[in-house]
Design a protein around this ligand. Structure first.
Ligand code: MEV
Length: 327
């Protein structure tokens, strides 16, 4: 039996297809090299102790009974629900200590909740030597996320598990790894934290009010994603930039861009980027651009001048990894 296991899972950035992927369309996501570390340890006490400094949780202790009932403080609802579902699924209940450590700020929208969910479930499966395929891990993670926030396509969980750059269809119905090397990615943070469920709801309201028009937008986004998949494989960054611009236009039509996002996006384009768009739910968080090498610095400066913060991340990062275990 193992006594302690540490795993790490990467964050993600959506390249193409956000929102439409909630409605059964494909998207393209890349894992980024900012990681969430999860350390799980067995203890002999009938409690779970949690330290999660990135969400301000220090030495939180709860009984296994409260855990079973799902009585968690909101800061640890992904972590807690993941443990609850693991114990329920595999008929286990043991004392635990869980510690998380994050390279990235939850504000960036890099998917800290999905990385925690995947990290906790993987750490527990290693700790209790429960065999789980990546698909089983995805399914339990997806169930956990839907239980906590009711909406989501699961694309962020797939990135946390498999890493790399993925063509992904809602709920993992399709998952293809893309050979996307040397993506010339620039990332700008708006300084505004976005709330994904609120933005998904906003699009849902628009969809209910104008089903035909919004269906047509989703269809156009799906076409862009399919073209981008080909262009990514061929390393056609100019074409990808154009596709980013068209995708951004459609996201504006869905009403999820903001003045700040649009101004960072326009600044990046003016400074010589191939193209730029928001990444994720919109409403804030990050924008992304593809920029030629010679224009990269100018693009970064333009984003900063427009009030954004440039975040240095490497795309196409490694997926879930067991860092350390102790018998
Ligand atoms: C949020 O980062 C991306 C959305 O498409 C939601 C999801 O796919 O879960 C808006």
């Amino acid at each position: 039996m193992k006594e302690r296991v540490e795993v790490s899972a990467p964050g993600k950035l959506m390249l193409f297809g956000e929102h439409a992927v909630v409605y059964g369309r494909p998207c393209i996501v890349t894992a980024v090299d900012q990681r969430m570390m999860v350390l799980a340890e067995r203890t002999s006490e009938e409690v779970m102790e949690v330290n999660a400094p990135e969400v301000g949780v220090k030495n939180l202790v709860m009984t296994l009974n409260d855990l079973k009932k799902g009585n968690f403080p909101s800061e640890i609802r992904f972590l807690g629900t993941a443990v609850k579902n693991f114990f329920k699924n595999y008929h286990l209940a043991f004392g635990l200590k869980i510690k998380t450590r994050s390279d990235f700020l939850a504000e960036f929208g890099f998917g800290s909740s999905s990385a925690v969910t995947v990290g906790v479930l993987k750490a527990l499966s290693e700790l209790f030597e429960v065999k789980m395929t990546n698909k089983e891990l995805f399914d339990l993670s997806y169930k956990t996320v839907l239980e906590v926030q009711s909406v989501g396509s699961g694309f962020d969980l797939a990135a946390a598990i498999w890493g790399g750059t993925l063509y992904f269809v809602t709920g993992g119905k399709k998952l293809v790894r893309l050979e996307a090397k040397d993506l010339p990615l620039v990332v700008g943070y708006t300084g505004v934290k976005a709330d994904t469920p609120t933005l998904v709801k906003k699009v849902k309201n628009l969809y209910q009010a104008h089903p035909k028009s919004v269906e047509a937008i989703f269809g156009a986004i799906a076409t862009i994603v399919k073209e981008a998949r080909q262009a990514l494989i061929g390393g056609e960054f100019k074409r990808l930039g154009m596709l980013m611009n068209i995708n951004q236009g459609l996201l504006e039509a869905l009403g999820v861009s903001t003045e700040k996002l649009s101004s960072l996006i326009l600044a990046a384009r003016r400074a010589g980027a191939y193209g730029a768009k928001l990444s994720g739910a919109g409403g804030g968080d990050c924008m992304i651009a593809f920029a030629p090498k010679e224009a990269r610095l100018e693009v970064e400066k333009a984003i900063q001048k427009a009030g954004g913060k440039v975040i240095k991340v490497q795309p196409n990062a490694l997926g879930l990894k067991v860092e350390e275990e102790e018998k």
